[in-house]
Design a protein around this ligand. Structure first.
Ligand code: AIR
Length: 385
């Protein structure tokens, strides 16, 4: 039976948690909502009963927070795994489960998981530090350019750098455990959001296409569906089947995919949670990815993933050169647009490329949505006061 009086704990309290709670409000009963975050003023705060100050990476902080909750929901994968395991052993429900988090939060383990499960991904090798990187280059054992991705703590383009030469290793490379990935000639990037509820029902959303900023590697726009040929569709179907049969528990997975110039689909990475590529599902689909995750975590059956209307999301990132209390310049213009939904995450301060909000445009066709997106890009700007 689903307990209407339970305490739901979110680790941490950012925008993903905020949108999960927003989607939950229409079917919330008497559940309490607790948040663990380092920042009292985090985006989840207005929707919570209490914010506990602490670090998601600290064993004691996660454990003592989790003990006060019945269901624990992660909205960020950099969480202390040992504490999550201890909580699971006490009978707490944790989403995503610690055994999957342990693989996903470490890029080295994630890559090994793909190889072991015969899931296509770009060729790579691992290094322990910068010295090893330099030696490999001096001995001509690697070819440039390549992508260095740190094992730990990378997100939103952080912990990732493109290295073109030995000199760049010396000046730009991270001096920590990392993977070195061959650079792929990418033509398109997709995201497949899929998963399973606690009753064993599986679901997937229409295939999403992602468009990235060249410089920051952060998602700029996302379309609610895309056209692909049947060969690509069957490659993606096979990847999904392999992932869902390796991850047998309940959960929601956002699988980031590359299509290379040879027509091969490769897995870039998996997020064990709601994802930036699914924001348009709030307006565009019957059941958003956020509501879906809440249904899964609480033990309800899954909702309808079908599109209501084509939609495109545009991320609102902090402008370059602005750090400080946030100001949304041009907000009135956005509000004049029909079929545009504005989501501001309530972060108090902006910094370059920080995700501060997003706009979703709905329309009869994606072409129509793109026209509005192009207009929007000349209106609102996230700057500091
Ligand atoms: N997030 C988690 N992984 C990737 C992303 N973007 C979201 C989560 C997290 C928030 O970004 O919601 O709490 C952190 O945002 P910031 O701007 O404080 O770093």
């Amino acid at each position: 039976m689903i307990n209407p009086n339970q305490t739901i704990g979110f680790i941490t309290g950012g925008q993903l948690g905020q949108m999960m709670i927003q989607s939950f409000l229409p079917f919330r009963q008497n559940e309490k909502i607790y948040i663990l975050d380092e920042n009292e003023d985090c985006p989840c705060r207005p929707y919570s009963n209490k914010v506990f100050i602490g670090s998601s990476k600290n064993f004691e902080d996660v454990l003592s927070f989790g003990k006060q909750c019945d269901t624990i929901i992660l909205e960020f994968e950099h969480v202390n795994v040992e504490a999550l395991k201890a909580l699971e052993n006490m009978g707490k429900k944790v989403f995503c489960q610690s055994k999957y988090i342990a693989i996903i939060q470490n890029k080295g383990k994630q890559k090994k998981f793909y190889t072991e499960n015969n899931i296509p991904t770009s060729p790579y090798r691992t290094i322990r530090n910068k010295n090893e990187f330099i030696l490999l280059a001096q001995e001509n054992k690697i070819s440039f350019p390549l992508m260095q991705k740190t094992f730990h703590d990378g997100y939103d383009g952080g912990g990732v750098t493109k290295i073109h030469s030995l000199t760049e290793i010396e000046t730009k490379a991270f001096d920590t455990e990392s993977i070195l990935e061959d650079c792929i000639n990418i033509t398109r990037e997709f995201s497949l959001i899929c998963g399973r509820d606690q009753l064993g029902n599986e679901f997937q959303y229409p295939l999403i296409e992602q468009f990235f900023h060249e410089k920051t590697h952060i998602v700029d726009c996302i379309t609610s569906h895309c056209e692909i040929d049947s060969d690509i569709e069957s490659q993606i179907e096979s990847i999904k089947t392999k992932i869902l049969s390796a991850f047998t528990g309940a959960g929601l997975w956002a699988i980031e995919l590359f299509l290379d110039t040879n027509g091969t689909v490769l897995v870039n990475e998996i997020a064990p949670r709601v994802h930036n590529s699914g924001h348009q599902s709030i307006e565009g689909n019957y059941c958003s990815q956020f509501e879906q995750y809440m249904r899964i975590a609480l033990g309800y059956s899954i909702g309808n993933t079908a599109e209501i209307k084509p939609s495109i999301t545009w991320n609102l990132l902090g402008e370059e050169n602005f750090i400080g209390p946030v100001y949304y310049n041009g907000i009135e213009e956005v509000m004049k647009q029909k079929n545009v939904s504005l989501h501001l995450y309530g972060k108090k301060t902006t910094k370059p490329h920080r995700k501060m909000g997003h706009c979703t445009v709905t329309g009869d066709t994606l072409e129509e949505c793109w026209k509005t997106i192009h207009t929007l890009k000349n209106t609102i700007k996230v700057i500091a006061q």
